[in-house]
Design a protein around this ligand. Structure first.
Ligand code: S3P
Length: 444
């Protein structure tokens, strides 16, 4: 979906207490990976709880273009008949990954060691984002990329005919880059090694192991060392996708901001590479309890019970950034309602997300009457007792910016409008229905 329809403004009004049970959709990262690994496995992979957001639907479509049979059987219930490692066919059409950095980067990795060519594009947001971070390591396997200046999409990738294995030190904390290298390593002979100095989300490693790949993870003086043995036969699996902690953060933070709220968000992944936001909220004084911790589909999950709380601003430990990288927008919104200042450092990666999220949050918060300070890699938000709101905020094709300001608008004096809520379908298509079901007032 590279074409972007008309902008859809949406407005959040001061809300009565939120209450009830919020079933957020399946995890986006795991949904992409289940489709891609299903397409590279032999046999029928069955996926339940798949996120049916546009980003994931675009990946499903791409997997069909590479020769896999992908079928929807019911809500969240999908099957993938894979073509085996190295079995991707050359797509007849351009692969349009829409808004999804994860989709395009992982798929480029998955095809980079198969001798086929594919051309990738996306929407106006994705076509601005850096792809060199993926095509550089893929070139070490022998793949060739021809993109626009700065390695941007649209881009044609020609997979290596005789791939060699790679040893790669990640230059930035990025699970997408790590995953692209590991997926490329699947069809290279010998051992591919990725080293990360900061642990990023580990769904690819977990799932590769689940599909039968030989993968070793060890802590070394260089960092977290991941070794994958190439050319395995992946066997089809049943994948139960847990609910997305990044989506859960929106109703959780909304309940923390709206006086008198109490909600339950069941079955949310508590993978330690993803749960940073919940630790941070607890440090800010949130009444957030993890009930019924258990294991589902190879991931730790829990039910989150959250009650409105008077929060205190804090310094978010920068070493926690990778485990909550997508939650800084909603955390910044929430910080506006906390007492004192919240300092978020070590977040340079936010500048190359669906939008420049430091800039988008800073401008939006200022428009709502909130004082902020911004540097290249940090954002400080000064909380206030009453947040004025009453602004129209630009979302820059970024779903998380849109949802963050809609949640904030539930607690501000005057309503907050986002100029375009349409990107919310990429990750959380039921956002408006779910939030209004809890009692939020959202119009548009
Ligand atoms: C993701 C990794 C992160 C995250 C994105 C999903 C993934 O991106 O922001 O939403 O599924 O691997 P980076 O790898 O760019 O940090």
């Amino acid at each position: 979906m590279s074409g972007h329809g008309p902008a859809t403004p949406m407005t959040a009004h001061k809300s009565n207490p939120l209450s009830g049970v919020a079933h957020v959709p399946g995890d986006k990262s795991i949904s992409h990976r289940a489709l891609i690994l299903g397409a590279l496995a032999v046999g029928e992979t069955r996926i339940t709880g798949l996120l049916e957001g546009q980003d994931v639907l675009d990946t499903a479509k791409a997997m069909r273009a590479f020769g896999a049979e992908v079928t929807q059987h019911g809500p969240g219930d999908w099957s993938v008949h894979g073509v085996g490692v190295g079995g991707f066919a050359e797509p007849a059409q351009v692969i349009d990954c829409g808004n999804s950095g994860t989709g395009v980067r992982l798929i480029m990795g998955a095809m980079a060691t198969t001798p086929i060519a594919a051309t990738f594009t996306g929407d106006a947001s994705l076509n601005k984002r850096p792809m060199g971070r993926v095509t550089d390591p893929l070139a070490l396997f022998g793949a060739k990329a021809y993109g626009r200046s700065g390695g941007r999409l649209p881009l044609t990738l020609i997979g290596a005919a005789e791939p060699v294995p790679v040893r790669y030190n990640l230059p930035m904390p990025s699970a997408q880059v790590k995953s692209a290298v590991l997926l490329a390593g699947l069809n290279a002979p010998g051992e591919t090694v990725v080293i990360e100095t900061e642990a990023t989300r580990d769904h690819t490693e977990r799932m590769l192991r689940g599909f039968g790949a030989k993968i070793r993870v060890e802590d070394s003086p260089e960092g977290r060392l991941i070794t994958l043995t190439g050319q395995p036969e992946l066997s089809a699996q049943r994948v139960a996708v847990p609910r997305d902690p990044s989506s859960a953060a929106f109703p959780v933070c909304a309940a923390l901001m709206v006086q008198g709220s109490e909600i339950l968000v069941p079955g949310v992944s508590q993978n330690p590479t993803r749960n940073g936001v919940f630790l941070t909220l607890q440090e800010m004084g949130a009444d957030l309890v993890l009930e019924n911790p258990r294991e589902e589909g190879g991931e730790p999950v829990a039910d989150l019970r959250v009650r409105f709380s008077a929060l205190q601003g804090i310094e978010v430990p920068p070493e926690r950034a990778a485990s909550m990288i997508d939650e800084y927008p909603i955390l910044s919104a929430l910080a506006a309602t906390a007492q004192g200042k919240t300092v978020m450092r070590g977040i340079k990666e936010l500048r190359v997300k669906e939008s420049d999220r430091i800039d988008a949050m800073a401008r939006g918060l200022e428009a709502c009457g909130v004082r902020i300070e911004e540097t290249e890699d940090s954002l400080t938000v000064y909380g206030m007792e009453v947040v004025p709101g009453g602004a129209t905020v630009q979302t820059h094709l970024d779903h998380r910016i849109a949802m963050s300001f809609l949640c904030l608008g539930m607690a501000t004096q005057a309503p907050i409008t986002v100029d375009d809520a349409s990107p919310i379908i990429t990750s959380f298509p039921i956002f408006k229905a779910l939030m209004t079901g809890l009692g939020a007032q959202i119009s548009g």
